[in-house]
Ligand binder design. Structure first.
Ligand code: PA5
Length: 443
């Protein structure tokens, strides 16, 4: 079972434990009883128990259909409609998943930017390859995925005709509203629902994440089971709950002058889980002039880049290390008779052992350099443990938002760039804004 350890944190957390308990209890009540800011969006809190079982079965059936008729799935979405699925697929199937020999389809993530080169590359890779598309957008109106979907839908319809394409397009969106829902109903595509009360960045355990994850062959029952286990623990609250410990420690550190949290992992497969975490915490906390800044590093690679700053730079960061446990493969350093590189002192040692020592050495060095360290012990690199980890981070994020007295479930700041972009692109209704922006740009 997942746990959080506080490395020599007595000086940061102990004095605050009692002081923070009422705030955490209040946050706990707000999450459990939907009485806090943004209470329309706490559907994820009991989701691992209350999820739609009929839809869950349809997700599995759709995944089997895609596995049966496609060698590739193009998943189109951005932000919360993208990062969770990518994080889980990379973590459990490898960042090199698409290069591996396997029985399941390749998974390409598109519509998460506006790069023509990235789009053309995937369109080229799909030449002669049977594929399906899962277009995901809760609002159904987000520009990046909508633009990408035009290209991939056109390609499907060119290849398979409108009727054939219908069998290969799966839309995950609002149950009733939005352009994507209207389009899907008009065209007869199969749809899956992003529940009204679950916001994008908390949606990985809905169809948003589950369909792509299932297509990659991951056991979604185990993923939900792990999340349900953590939901039970978090439901009880108290300092026994890892989410409480984590939320309390990071809040105490924030107050003590550490506004930057760096999430670290020692496995490159976790990179997109780090990205998922950054979105979850960045969009949930960063508002009203408050919030910790979430950054991430992949060790040991980034010890040779960010390591310098972390050890010696401005002292305003703390570090949270996610330990995934033993690797799937055990590799041992070979002995070399000549020992030209002087590495025979490691001969016979496992890569995991060497990594463990690197981690311990880094923890001590950073701590002594003035970087407080939290450790999240995940129960392993498997679907159940990842389900626990996802729920743990989501719950701690909700608690953290309420401790900061912000609404952890809205993202008003994201609208600013969208309005400017629409105006500059000449979207009807934005004419006045366009003139003002162009004047500022000196045109
Ligand atoms: O967390 C969020 O709500 C956002 O990151 C959204 O997921 C993102 O903007 C995509 O929105 P949509 O699913 O409506 O296309």
């Amino acid at each position: 079972m997942l746990d959080v350890k506080l490395f020599q944190m007595e000086k940061f957390l102990k004095p605050y434990e009692e002081e923070l308990a009422p705030g955490l209890k209040d946050a706990q009540d707000k999450l459990q009883n939907a009485t806090g800011l943004g209470n329309d969006f706490v559907g994820w809190v009991h989701l691992p128990r209350d999820y739609d079982k009929e839809e869950f079965a349809r997700i599995k059936a759709a995944a089997a259909k895609i596995q049966g008729n496609s060698k590739a799935l193009v998943v189109i979405g951005i932000g919360g409609s993208y990062l969770g699925a990518r994080g889980v697929v990379d973590c459990l199937c490898s960042p090199n998943y698409n290069l591996k020999k396997k029985d399941t389809p390749n998974v390409y993530f598109m519509g998460n930017g506006l790069s023509a080169d990235a789009m053309k590359e995937v369109l080229d890779l799909l030449e002669g390859v049977d594929f399906s598309v899962n277009v995901i957008s809760k609002s159904g109106t987000t520009t990046e995925p909508a633009v990408a979907f035009r290209f991939f839908r056109a390609e499907l319809e060119k290849r398979y005709g409108k009727e054939g394409a219908k069998e290969r397009i799966f839309a995950t969106t609002d149950k009733a509203r939005g352009a994507l829902k209207s389009l899907a109903d008009a065209e007869g595509w199969e749809t899956f629902v992003v529940p009204d009360n679950v916001g994008g960045r908390y949606s990985v355990l809905t169809a948003v994440g589950l369909l792509p994850i299932a297509v990659a062959g991951i056991d979604i029952d185990a993923l939900m089971g792990g999340a349900a286990e953590m939901m039970e623990v978090c439901g009880k609250g108290g300092y026994e709950c890892p989410s409480w410990k984590y939320a309390a420690a990071r809040f105490a550190l924030y107050k003590a002058g550490y506004p930057i949290e760096v999430l670290a992992c020692y496995d490159p497969a976790f990179r997109f889980m780090l990205e998922w975490w950054k979105q979850l915490y960045g969009e949930s906390e960063g508002k009203d002039g408050k919030g910790l800044f979430p950054a991430s590093v992949e060790f040991t690679a980034d010890l040779h880049s960010m390591g310098q700053y972390m050890q010696d730079g401005t002292r305003n960061i703390f570090e949270t290390v996610v330990r995934l446990g033993a690797s799937d493969n055990q590799l041992y350093v070979p002995k070399d008779e000549d020992d030209g590189d002087g590495l025979n002192f490691l001969a016979g040692e496992s890569m995991d052992y060497i990594r463990e020592k690197a981690m311990e050495g880094t923890l001590l060095a950073h701590y002594e350099g003035g970087v407080p360290n939290l450790i999240v012990e995940a129960g392993g690199k498997n679907a159940r443990a990842l389900g626990q980890l996802i729920y743990f981070f989501e719950y701690a994020c909700g608690l953290s938002g309420y401790l900061l007295e912000v609404n952890p479930f809205d993202q008003p700041g994201v609208e600013a760039y969208k309005k400017n972009m629409f105006a500059l692109l000449g979207k009807p209704g934005y004419e006045d804004r366009k003139a003002g922006l162009e004047a500022k740009l000196g045109r």
